[in-house]
Each structure stands twice: as C-alpha cells, then as structure tokens.
Design a protein around this ligand. Structure first.
Ligand code: NAP
Length: 389
C-alpha cells in the first residue's frame, strides 16, 4: 500500500524549527511507523531568502525544497499541505491567520496565541476553511501513562523550571521581552498546565473548567520569571481535584541535571502516584508507586537512528538546553505523525489535544495574567488582522 505523504512548509527558521525539521526528516520506520512519510517542500524566513536556504541545508532537507524570504510566499506554494509555525508566540495569531486564509493546514508552536480571544478567532477561521489545526504541545504517551492504574486521581503537581539568568539575555529576547509575549507562563508554564489538564480534565466524562488562583514574580521588564497556579476542577462524582502548576527561570526542576531532585510531575490517586521525570515537555522516565508498596519504573526512550549514527538533535538557545544522546530523536515527530494521520483520515483536530482544551488552557493563562497584571503591548493582544508587527 502506498504511504500517505505529508508535504510540509516551515514558517520561521529559528531554534525550534531546526529541531522540528531534523526530527521530521527521520524515517518514520525508526519509530515503527510504516504507513506515512514527511517531506519538507519549503521553508520561509522573514529576514531573508538566504536565511531560509541556510536553514534547509543545515537540517538536511532535500535540495528540491524551496527557500522563501517572506512568509506570504510560502503560503502560496500549492505543493505545501501543512505549515509549521515557529515564530515567537506574540506573532502566532497573525501567522495562523495568514496560513489559514490561504487554506493551509496548520501545526502551530505553543503558546498557540497571545490570548484566548485570538485563539477563538483562529479556531473559527480553521473551521470556516475546513482545514486541520493543532497546537504543538501534545504529550506523547500520555494515554499509556494515564490509564487509570492509580485509581481516582485527586491531585497533580507539575513543574517545568529551567534555570537560566534572564539578565544574561538581551532585553529583546523572546523569553523576556513583553513585545514578544515573553515570560515563563506562556513559555514553560503551559507544559505544567497541560499535564494538569491531561490528567484532571481530559480524563473526565463531562469535565468542567477549573477555577484559578495564582501568584507570580516579575522580571524587571514586566514579564513573569516565576509563576504558581492553583487549579480546582469541580467533579460531580469524585469531588474537587486540585492541580498545582509551577514554572520558573530562577530555579530548576532538575538542578544537577541528574534527576536527584525527584520528579517533575506527580499524579496522585487513590491507589498510588505516577511520577514523571524532568523535563515535562519530553518525558523519558516514569515511576508508579502503589499504596501496597509495589513500584514500577519505565523508560520511554525517544526513537531515532541510534548510537553510531552520528546524528544529533535537541533544543538549545541562549537561555540553555542540552543536546540529546547520539541517535535519539527529540520527539517532535510524534506531533508531525499525528498531523499526517489526521489529514489521511479526514480529521480536523488532534485526537490527543483537542482545540477545546488548548482554548481552556489559554483562558487559564489569561486569568493568571489578569490576576497579576501582566500586560503585553496592544499590537500583540489585538484581534485585528492583518497588521504589521
Ligand atoms: N515545542 C518546544 O519544545 C519548543 C521549544 C522552544 C520554543 N518553542 C516555541 O517556538 C516558538 C519559537 O521559539 P524559538 O526558540 O525557535 O525562537 P527563535 O529561535 O527566536 O526563532 C524565532 C523565529 O521567528 C522569526 N521571527 C519573525 N518575526 C520575529 C520577531 N519579530 N522577533 C523574533 N523572531 C521573529 C525569526 O526569523 P526568521 O523568520 O527570519 O527565521 C526566527 O527565526 C515560540 O513560540 C516558542 O514558545 C517550542
């Protein structure tokens, strides 16, 4: 049977686009997937065409891949089925609308948009154009991790804190700049919130949105550098469940890089708890501790071409990060595979992370920002489109 081929366009050529590009160029057979394939047919850099060409060469894209010096041109390429958007989240609203208006399917990096009002319009546009739309935040393996083995879940703690020194970054860096919707909530806090939603919300039959209490510590530019969010999920049958989501750039979930500090995520239920090792965006180890004393540990290695391949991937920027082991994928191909399966099967959403859940998480982040007076400039909060930012 012929493989289903998904033809990608990459919009923006920064750090995570490189990681994504390398991952999806890996043969899906290395992860046991035989019926789909990914092809990168084009990439666009806003700064110059030569930057897009350099990017394509660097990740090892086929020489036939087209390089553009503007995002608009990319959206007009008829050979592009789906566009991966990897600009800073301040720009996602404008760029999602650009791609959707052109009738393209979209995989957009997290955080989906700057605020929930923007996301509502993006979802509406995708439905109007009858195209696929997904936020690149899905957590692979969640269904296996989260399969009810610990009974009724009452509480989830989740932290994604990666120590860096904001002072060492230029004030224009996307992690700290208000103009680029900087701050730890939208950058890593979103993963902590996603763990909480996936364990306390998505698992419920008729889930109700949580109430939200929060506090945060601000960086000198007015963006958040440390945040704590307390969520209460009302449940008809089992009573309230609590989620505690935290994120920081002043402290680390894993200060020595060896897991000594313990788990990044703890999902606690009536029969025990599931612990997930840092980092919460790419978990590779879990431990289940049952109340009867039994302990089950499991590795979830990311597939790839393996040791001896001389192939490396990972994510590193000025704020930190590490390369993965030789031959080990980063795990971004799972999201790309889900896009391929969805388009092959005629689905317009991910089956792992619904658009309704992405919107609720965005609404929670709006509430946290409102409670703590985190404001971004009007041009990136607006729902006007198109505007130049
Ligand atoms: N899933 C993950 O694990 C993960 C990890 C890191 C980041 N992210 C997300 O991915 C997005 C990009 O992060 P990144 O670390 O790749 O950022 P980055 O390295 O700064 O790259 C951002 C890219 O966007 C383009 N861009 C367009 N307008 C821009 C503007 N006004 N200011 C800055 N850049 C602009 C840039 O230029 P060109 O168009 O010329 O290329 C650049 O290549 C963010 O939303 C972030 O939250 C996800």
């Amino acid at each position: 049977m012929a493989k289903f081929q998904l033809r990608w366009g990459i919009l923006a050529t920064g750090g995570i686009a490189e990681t994504f590009g390398r991952d999806i160029l890996l043969n899906p057979v290395t992860r046991g997937i035989h019926d789909i394939e990914h092809v990168i047919v084009a990439a666009a850099a806003s700064s110059s065409q030569s930057r897009a060409r350099t990017f394509l060469d660097k990740i090892g894209a086929p020489s036939s891949a087209v390089a553009y010096g503007s995002y608009q041109e990319l959206t007009q390429n008829p050979d592009v089925d789906i566009i991966y958007i990897s600009t800073p989240h301040s720009h996602h609203y404008q760029h999602c609308m650009l791609c959707l208006e052109a009738g393209k399917n979209v995989l957009c990096e997290k955080a989906f948009t700057t605020n929930a009002e923007q996301l509502k319009l993006v979802i509406r546009k995708a439905r109007e154009k009858k195209v696929f739309l997904m936020e690149a935040v899905a957590l692979e393996g969640m269904d296996k991790i989260n399969s009810g083995v610990i009974g009724t879940v009452y509480r989830t703690f989740a932290d994604l804190s990666m120590l860096s020194t904001p002072e060492s970054l230029p004030d224009t860096h996307r992690l700290v700049s208000p103009k680029l919707a900087g701050g730890v909530l939208l950058d890593t806090g979103i993963y902590a919130l996603t763990w909480i939603f996936q364990t306390l919300f998505t698992t419920q039959e008729n889930p109700a949105p949580p109430t939200v209490l929060s506090t945060l510590r601000k960086y000198r530019l007015g963006t958040d550098e440390q945040v704590a969010v307390l969520l209460t999920f009302p449940r008809e049958v089992d009573g309230d469940a609590h989620g505690i989501a935290t994120a920081s750039v002043r402290t680390s979930t894993d200060p020595d890089g060896r897991g000594t500090a313990g788990p990044a995520v703890r999902i606690q239920g009536s029969k025990g708890e599931i612990q997930v090792t840092h980092p919460a965006f790419r978990p590779t180890h879990t431990k289940i501790i049952f109340t009867d004393g039994k302990v089950e540990e499991k590795e979830w290695p990311q597939p790839g071409p393996g040791l001896g391949s001389g192939w490396y991937n990972g994510f590193r920027n000025e704020a930190g990060g590490v390369l993965n082991q030789e031959g080990e994928g980063h795990g971004m191909f799972w999201e790309a595979d889900e896009c391929a399966f969805a388009l092959r099967d005629g689905r317009k959403e991910s089956q792992h992370q619904s658009l309704a859940e992405s919107l609720l998480v965005m609404q929670v982040m709006d509430q946290v920002r409102a409670q703590n007076n985190i404001l971004f400039p009007d041009e990136i909060e607006t729902t006007d489109y198109p505007i130049a930012i």
